[in-house]
Ligand binder design. Structure first.
Ligand SMILES: [Zn+2]
Length: 168
């Protein structure tokens, strides 16, 4: 499966997260954007996710496992391609965040300005996040979308903290 780039050029690095007052990541963020088919040039409007919040939209997890998140499908020639853009996965119950960045990001010097020396994303408004939400500052960062899915599997199959003998 190939890849498609967004019409309109490269995007700047942005940590996918929103703060509305004291609430954060309160929704699954998806928009429709225009893409040009790399095979036939047909322009297509595609649903694109910035953030998957599986606590708010559990069905999105199935779409992710089925490879249907950020998938370009040309209605003209049938070509399928992964839309290679940053994607954030947020599970509010299990309290973890996975962040995918396209591997090409690593070649862009500007990319590194968005992180601290420990690899932590910078630019968040710390005071707007309650202590229980601090885990969002330590996303598991991957540069491979398959690894992104594998990591979600890994976390999903761990015993939840409520049933753990250490904490229960
Ligand atoms: Zn096409």
């Amino acid at each position: 499966m190939g890849r498609v780039a967004m019409v309109g050029g490269p995007q700047k690095v942005r940590h996918a997260g929103i703060f509305l007052g004291r609430r954060f990541y309160s929704m699954t963020l998806k928009v429709n954007k225009a893409f040009k088919c790399p095979k036939c040039g047909h322009e297509e409007s595609v649903e694109v996710w910035d953030t998957l919040n599986v606590s708010v939209s559990p069905g999105d997890k199935e779409l992710l496992f089925e490879g249907k998140i950020n998938l370009f499908a040309c209605s003209e020639c049938g070509h399928h391609a992964f839309i290679n853009k940053p994607l954030l996965y947020h599970d509010m119950e299990r309290r973890f965040v996975v962040q995918y960045y396209p591997p090409e990001s690593l070649d862009d010097p500007r990319f590194y300005a968005a992180f601290g020396s420990g690899g932590e994303p910078t630019g968040y408004e710390l005071e707007t996040v309650p202590p229980s939400g601090k885990y969002i500052f330590s996303p598991h960062i991957v540069f491979d979308i398959k690894e992104f899915v594998r990591y979600v599997w890994f976390r999903d199959r761990l015993p939840s903290s409520r049933s753990s003998p250490e904490t229960g």
